[in-house]
Design a protein around this ligand. Structure first.
Ligand SMILES: Nc1ncnc2c1ncn2[C@@H]1O[C@H](COP(=O)(O)OP(=O)(O)OP(=O)(O)O)[C@@H](O)[C@H]1O
Ligand SMILES: [Mg+2]
Length: 227
């Protein structure tokens, strides 16, 4: 069997609530190959966003090991060092596209320029950038600034940025959470089409049970073993 694109094992993460440690992830393992998708479900607060943040290096697990492509991050090695952060940043620039619950666009750039910048940083062509905005139904807003569009439109622009970088792995945190049903369906179709065309791996945090059934794998964080 080909090596999975992403493999994680023994992931543990606790936060503190007052003096009490609260276990969010407990000995979690997952792996995902090219062309595969994983739906992350679970009640609010079950750790979906925390796991996505850990899988793109924006948060450190307390322990565990993550391999993305050829890069290995082992919590046994010094974590949080600038060298480790630089390796994660390089992955996020070129190989790991992240769509957060709150779209994070550069406020001083138009939607189109945000997408172009993302493509440029990933070393990709800027030519299809306008097309991505069109396909996500916001082509006519290309020249507007992030604060001149709605939350759902910003979220779609953030998805266009990920599409423009053509990553090997997409991590999407409720990417259709602020969209109406019709728009959510159109955006979801684009997401799965892109994934199939480029044979990338996709992890999707969602509260939408129907959307979860469209993924090849399903992990319910509500059913994680207790610490
Ligand atoms: N920086 C932090 N400090 C303390 N607790 C935190 C921190 N970040 C997250 N938590 C807690 O960890 C738990 C998991 O949070 P997380 O955001 O991963 O949940 P989620 O499954 O994404 O929820 P939602 O469906 O509401 O987005 C929650 O109880 C949250 O309050
Ligand atoms: Mg969340």
């Amino acid at each position: 069997m080909a090596e999975p694109l992403l493999a994680a094992r023994g992931l543990n993460k606790q936060f503190r609530s007052g003096n009490q440690p609260v276990s969010v992830l407990s000995d979690l393992a997952l792996q995902l190959g090219r062309g595969e998708s994983l739906a992350l479900t679970g009640r609010s607060g079950s750790g979906k966003s925390t796991l996505l943040n850990i899988l793109c290096g924006l948060e450190q697990p307390d322990s565990g090991r993550i391999r993305v492509l050829d890069e290995i991050f082992d919590s046994g090695k010094p974590a949080g060092s600038s060298q480790v952060e630089a390796r994660w940043a390089q992955l996020r620039r070129q190989q790991v596209g992240v769509v957060f619950q709150e779209a994070n666009l550069m406020p001083a750039l138009s939607l189109l320029d945000n997408v172009r910048l993302r493509a440029r940083l990933a070393g990709r062509s800027e030519d299809p950038c306008r097309d991505w905005l069109e396909r996500l139904g916001i082509g006519e807003l290309a020249g507007r600034y992030p604060d001149q569009v709605s939350g759902g439109q910003r979220q779609r622009a953030a998805l266009a940025m990920v599409f423009a970088m053509n990553p090997a792995l997409i991590l999407a945190d409720e990417p259709t959470g602020s969209l109406d049903r019709h728009t959510a369906e159109a955006v979801t179709r684009q997401l799965f089409e892109l994934q199939a065309r480029h044979c990338c791996a996709l992890i999707l945090a969602t509260h939408d049970a129907e959307l979860a059934t469209r993924c090849t794998h399903h992990l319910d964080l509500g059913h994680q073993p207790e610490a």
